[in-house]
Design a protein around this ligand. Structure first.
Ligand SMILES: [Zn+2]
Length: 263
């Protein structure tokens, strides 16, 4: 069921062309899938997967994001500031396995990013290196929790993305440990001298130098350490605060026999 039509496009087709080809091949099933999203109430499935990772105050109908399903052009999804945009083919493949799971990860971003924004001081200057740093830490902490929603399920043997996701996380610990040490060094320098942030005034400069995959590294590793250390539910109370995520990581990592680095 998941061996989608991706491989039947002409062999010399570009990846994006193959993806469009797969859409064309599966147009009928995608139409049925789209109709089913309402009928089967995908929002309910998303809430079941999402709410264990949100505090009660954010489990409200008015906080729940608007969901868009459309032809995105590549196997992607994104969520922020109250909305989730899904590429149609990608969640179709994943929803056959766990209905609403991809959107649940993105819905977490959509809900928590608004809560984060609401906690910022009024009139904050978004163009400063300090804000970029805070935002980078926020994305690390969001990915750290959001990846606990879908990755453990995608890493089960019967998952349609078992191979892809297993390969993706294979070096998580090594990469995250290196990234945490580097980021900690930046934070220490910046604490003593604000100029230390000058080479990294944008989010992308920070994300490229101190993380990978848009903050999934080191976030996913940190979230797993927190969960294994039994501190996840305590952290969820202030889930939109990246500093509590780092503190929870520090506590659990320092108790771990593995001697993981802390901030
Ligand atoms: Zn994410």
């Amino acid at each position: 069921m998941f061996s989608s039509a991706l491989n039947i496009a002409p062999a010399n087709a570009l990846v994006s062309e193959q993806y469009h080809y797969a859409y064309k091949q599966q147009l009928k099933v995608l139409e049925n899938y789209t109709a089913g999203l309402r009928r089967l109430n995908v929002a309910d499935s998303i809430k079941r997967l999402l709410y264990p990772f949100l505090p009660k105050r954010l489990q409200k109908e008015e906080s729940f994001p608007v969901l868009f399903y459309l032809s995105y052009g590549s196997a992607e999804a994104t969520g922020s500031s109250g909305f989730v945009i899904n590429d149609l083919l990608n969640p179709y493949r994943i929803d056959q396995y766990k209905y609403g799971m991809l959107a649940a990860h993105e819905a977490f971003h959509a809900v928590v990013s608004i809560a984060f924004q609401q906690n910022l001081k009024p009139n904050i200057d978004y163009n400063t290196a300090e804000f970029s740093l805070l935002y980078f830490l926020e994305i690390i902490s969001e990915e750290g929790i959001a990846d606990l929603i879908d990755k453990p399920l995608l890493l089960q043997k019967r998952s349609p993305l078992y191979k892809e996701v297993s390969a993706m996380v294979a070096n998580d610990e090594t990469l995250a440990v290196a990234s945490i040490k580097k980021l900690d060094s930046l934070l220490s320098h910046a604490y003593n001298n604000a100029l230390a942030l000058q080479p990294y005034t944008s989010f992308s400069a920070l994300a490229n130098a101190f993380g990978k995959n848009g903050g999934h590294i080191p976030g996913r590793f940190m979230g797993n350490v927190i969960k294994k250390g039994g501190m996840l539910s305590a952290n969820l109370e202030r889930v939109e605060n990246p500093i509590t995520f780092i503190e929870a990581y520090n506590k659990t990592a320092s108790l771990s026999p593995k001697k993981y680095p802390v901030f």
